[in-house]
Design a protein around this ligand. Structure first.
Ligand code: NAD
Length: 291
């Protein structure tokens, strides 16, 4: 089945990046969010990011113009009805995602494939709440979407082979590489990455190191391109906490308990870059550690 029209739900960091890569590869994109501001910000961000690719000679000005013309925004889920593929990229909360799929079902077509960009929630459980678990999969992009090469493909227990093959070729068409993961909490990348971030927060909480020494240690001592606390701010501390909670609940192992300091930052609304404060304060010229 050829995927021509893609509906994206959620126009935050991930939804805007997903819209960017689909539009640049010739797909018609319908991007929806319940917030008009989020949609306006997403369009401005996509414009800026494609412009950067133009200035580096990676994309022509004509390609940029046609990509931008292929993106339509809406606050109404019903307008995603004609999509061949839906990518849900809303807030990492199961009740939010389930409600979105329930609201979408009366409007989509029999052949429409449903996917979620969830970082950790059970694909099988999300799929079971729809009328088409065989046409439901996890399509997990990495942040920032236009830059990162990997997309995890997660089959639910009922996902059929044609759906898997269709999504595998979509990933190839985007110029990215697919990795298949089984449907267990947080899949592959976040099963390994987010507990490491949580451990870095424990290291800070227990006073073993400061924000600066922890990040420098992993950058210079383990050759990581970003320190774990810098990376946590980039992902969003609410998303990191949500993933730890899914691991803790889903695997019932105390080694996945979220660090109380991570909980405290989220309670304060210090969610990282997106709220201009997390383990670093981004409100000035240069990021300043908050501990
Ligand atoms: P975000 O907070 O930047 O954006 C979420 C968007 O969803 C917001 O614009 C919000 O208005 C919108 N939204 C919430 N409820 C909605 C609803 N009912 N209908 C329509 N829109 C709604 O979050 P994000 O970082 O873009 O994450 C989105 C998803 O992608 C999550 O499932 C997250 O786990 C996953 N993800 C995030 C990352 C990352 O590094 N941030 C990486 C991979 C996957």
């Amino acid at each position: 089945m050829e995927i021509k029209t893609v509906g994206i739900v959620g126009a935050g960091q991930m939804g805007s990046g997903i819209a960017h890569v689909f539009a640049l590869t010739g797909h018609d994109v319908r991007l929806s969010d319940m917030s008009q501001d989020a949609l306006a910000n997403a369009l401005a961000l996509i414009d800026r990011n494609i412009e950067r690719q133009v200035s580096r000679g990676k994309v022509t000005a004509e390609d940029k113009a046609s990509a931008m013309a292929r993106i339509r925004t809406t606050t109404k889920l019903a307008e995603l009805g004609p999509s061949d593929l839906i990518v849900e990229a809303a807030t990492e909360r199961e009740t939010v995602k389930t409600a979105i799929f329930e609201d979408l079902l009366p409007h989509i077509q029999p052949h429409t494939i449903l996917t979620s960009n969830t970082s950790s929630i059970s694909i099988t459980r999300l799929a079971s709440r729809t009328d088409r678990p065989e046409k439901f999969m996890g399509l997990h992009f990495m942040n920032p979407v236009p830059v990162m090469q990997l997309v995890e493909l997660i089959r639910g227990i009922a996902t059929d082979e044609p759906t898997y093959k269709a999504l595998h070729s979509v990933v190839e068409k985007l110029g990215k590489t697919a990795a298949s993961a089984e449907d267990f909490p947080a899949f592959i990348v976040n099963r390994i990455l987010v507990p490491m971030i949580n451990e870095a927060v424990y290291t800070l909480y227990e006073g073993v190191g400061s924000v600066k020494s922890i990040d420098e240690s992993l950058k210079l001592g383990a050759n990581h391109p970003m320190g774990p606390l810098e990376l946590a701010d980039f992902i969003g501390l609410d998303t990191c906490l949500a993933i730890m909670n899914v691991l803790h609940d889903g695997l019932a192992d105390t080694k996945y308990r979220p660090c109380p300091l991570l909980v405290k930052y989220v309670e304060a609304g210090w969610l990282g870059r997106k709220s201009e404060r997390g383990f670093y304060d981004y409100r000035g010229e240069v990021p300043v550690p908050t501990r």
